[in-house]
Design a protein around this ligand. Structure first.
Ligand code: HEB
Length: 635
């Protein structure tokens, strides 16, 4: 297996032991939990799948050949435009990945949910069912060894490569969800409305962050221009910039992706049976196929990688003119020149800050190739988390968007943590109030973890830096860190990240916890850049919804999430007293804490009030889960 990274384990009962490299994140008290966590189930499934795959690299290469063959094998049920499905497959991969949003890490192609409702029925995903149908025989051939998520992204990559386009690499290892449920919160439905209200007619085109698109059910913006600014390229530029930033892209990446992506394929919106428009149109196939209602291709060579798009964009001789297309949609067509078109969102690439970037790509295809392949890799891999989660022989070096950590120093595995633990114990014994400080420090440090895109967590100890250190919830961090300074001075080789987790565990044990397992091997980030977008999500319209969402994003069960509210305080005791007092109304509580009395959580609170042992068990499970959640070290 390629899971790794815990050469040294220590638990209260069994003491320290060197472990088989590969075992820690999956072993000990943690994996034996009755409640197997979603995240780690996924990792188990991953290991099994790659295990029976044999050589994963060989596997991907064979799949790629099958995809290449399928691209030019036109099927009657959905004939290939220009004899090649490249455009269709690139659109499939982009729409599968483009649901990713930086606000909470949800969306993306990991999980392969584009083959289910709600994603498959989003208006923007029209006719992508045919793209999936074309890939179906390949999926059948490899069965459970190949995930839909990997197949879809590979199909996009092969389409790009086989038509001469640039590819940086492939991060394999997506695991399919059994249904589309994890996309429900992306909308449109009540669940989405509840967390992120935006759906009514007068909000169309104005849905705001944390939502990904401005219109629910879109991957991107309205192609004919921003809400209330139809046909206006300058306004569209702002719209595109806003939406692509919510996916995590900067201007260069956005221009490279949109203009690079539209090197291929065409829009589908012929007028078959006047009066035209979506209502009247014949939803045919081949040259009659109707998808978006816009019509035409961007270049005269739509099955080849070129920078023709950018050349055309600035070609004054073409005299681009805003007109209604065959189905009544607003698009730009050349007054003179070949049979090509531009969407309003394409003309936007010649506006504002995008203009200089587009001019560069017109003049320098090598610059476009460099930027496109990096942006495409970012697009298709952002939801995969750190580079250490990627499988296969085409995995490129870690990229900035993966927030790489330094390597674990050579020899780290032979550090003896027993004296380190003893030194921490001295800090705890000096003053019981330190228990709460150290437990909280570890909790806050690990609590940024997102099971949605595998970002955040205790590894890296980014809580030592701005911006994370300055977050309101992290008040007191500097003081807690100062408690560990003497330990760090005595054991300079131990990372802060390990020290923080070990100290938190020691504190919890001093407070009455018992079955925690420490897995060493964390390293320290060199700055706080990796905390970007991980700050507490404060947009939930109520405390109850916020707590529920926070549990989901962290991959915690409701029981685990509730248990973690009872961190030891100034008294240095871990017990169900917090819940007893909360229920009895004794003491002062935050609005968030009081929300635990809502029917959604009150039975869990009751259970903890009745049974302290049950509370401790659940707390320890949650603690172990969170402290190890971000360990993907290896292979
Ligand atoms: Fe795109 C297509 C829009 C971006 C790639 N697009 C398309 C269409 C439209 C659009 C409307 C048509 C559809 C049909 O079929 O009808 N886009 C758009 C927008 C945006 C975009 C608005 C934002 C601005 N794309 C994009 C990107 C990419 C792309 C980013 C990649 C990278 N597309 C594409 C392709 C195509 C399209 C490839 C073609 C498809 C076919 O051919 O089928």
């Amino acid at each position: 297996g390629s899971q790794a990274g815990c050469p040294y384990m220590m638990s209260k009962e069994s003491g320290p032991h060197q472990t088989h490299r590969a075992s820690c994140p999956m072993s000990g008290a943690f994996v034996d939990q009755e409640q197997a966590h979603q995240l780690h189930n996924r990792r188990l499934a991953h290991d099994e799948r790659v295990g029976d795959w044999g050589e994963p690299d060989e596997g991907y290469a064979v799949v790629k050949q099958d995809i290449a063959d399928a691209l030019t094998d036109s099927k009657d049920y959905w004939p290939a435009d220009f004899g090649n499905y490249a455009g269709l497959m690139i659109r499939l991969a982009w729409h599968c990945a483009g649901s990713y949003r930086k606000s909470d890490g949800r969306g993306g192609c990991d999980g392969g949910r584009i083959r289910f409702s709600p994603e498959l029925t989003w208006p923007d995903n029209g006719n992508l069912n045919f793209a999936l149908q074309l890939l179906d025989p390949i999926k059948e051939k490899y069965g459970s060894k190949l995930s839909w998520g990997d197949l879809i992204i590979l199909a996009g990559n092969v389409a790009i490569e086989s038509t001469g386009g640039p590819i940086l690499g492939f991060c394999g290892g997506r695991i399919d969800d059994p249904n589309g449920d994890n996309s429900l919160i992306l909308g449109p439905n009540e669940m989405q409305e509840e967390l992120t209200p935006c759906a009514t007619i007068d909000q169309i085109g104005t849905c705001a962050y944390p939502l990904g698109p401005t219109v629910i059910g879109n991957i991107y913006v309205e192609p004919d221009g921003a809400h209330n600014f139809k046909g206006d390229a300058a306004e569209s530029q702002k719209d595109v910039a806003e939406v692509f930033s919510r996916m995590g892209f900067n201007d260069t990446e956005t221009v490279a992706l949109v203009g690079g992506g539209h090197a291929w394929g065409k829009s589908h919106g012929p007028c078959m049976s006047p009066p035209c428009g979506e209502e009247g149109a014949d939803l045919g196939i081949g040259i009659n196929a109707f998808t978006s209602g816009f019509d035409g291709k961007w270049t005269v060579r739509p099955t080849e990688w070129t920078n023709d798009y950018f050349v055309n964009l600035f070609d004054e001789g073409l005299n681009w003119t805003l007109k209604e297309g065959p189905s009544g949609k607003l698009q730009f067509f050349p007054e003179n020149g070949p049979d090509i078109m531009m969407l309003v969102t394409d003309m936007a690439l010649a506006e504002g800050d995008y203009r200089a970037i587009s001019e560069l790509y017109r003049d320098d295809i090598a610059a476009l190739e460099h930027d496109f392949k990096h942006a495409w890799y970012h697009l298709t891999s952002a939801d995969m988390g750190p580079a250490s989660r990627c499988y296969g022989s085409e995995v490129p070096p870690a990229q900035d968007f993966q927030y790489p950590l330094p390597d674990v120093p050579v020899g780290y595995g032979s550090i003896d943590f027993i004296p380190v633990r003893a030194s921490i114990q001295d800090v705890i014994d000096a003053d019981a109030v330190n228990i709460g400080h150290l437990a909280n420090l570890a909790y806050r440090s690990a609590n940024t973890f997102r099971a949605t895109d595998y970002r955040g967590g205790a590894n890296g100890a980014r809580i030592r830096f701005s911006p994370e250190m300055d977050w309101e919830v992290n008040a007191g961090t500097a003081d807690a860190l100062a408690l560990l300074e003497p330990v760090k001075a005595a054991y300079p080789d131990v990372s802060y990240a390990d020290l923080i987790v070990l100290a938190g565990q020691a504190a919890i044990e001093a407070a009455g916890g018992s079955s925690m397992t420490f897995c060493a091997g964390r390293v320290d980030a060199i700055d706080g850049s990796g905390s970007k977008n991980l700050d507490p999500r404060t947009y939930a319209p109520s405390e109850v919804i916020g707590i529920r969402d926070n549990n989901n994003v962290r991959g915690l069960t409701p029981e685990e999430g509730v248990a973690l509210f009872a961190m030891p305080g100034a008294d240095g005791v871990l017990s169900n007293a917090f819940f007893t007092n909360l229920k009895a109304g004794e003491g002062t509580f935050t609005a968030e804490e009081e929300a635990l009395l809502d029917p959604e959580f009150s039975s869990i609170v009751d259970m903890f009030v009745e049974d302290n042992a049950k509370f401790l068990e659940m707390f320890e499970s949650a603690w172990n889960h969170l402290m190890i959640a971000d360990r993907f070290d290896g292979p």
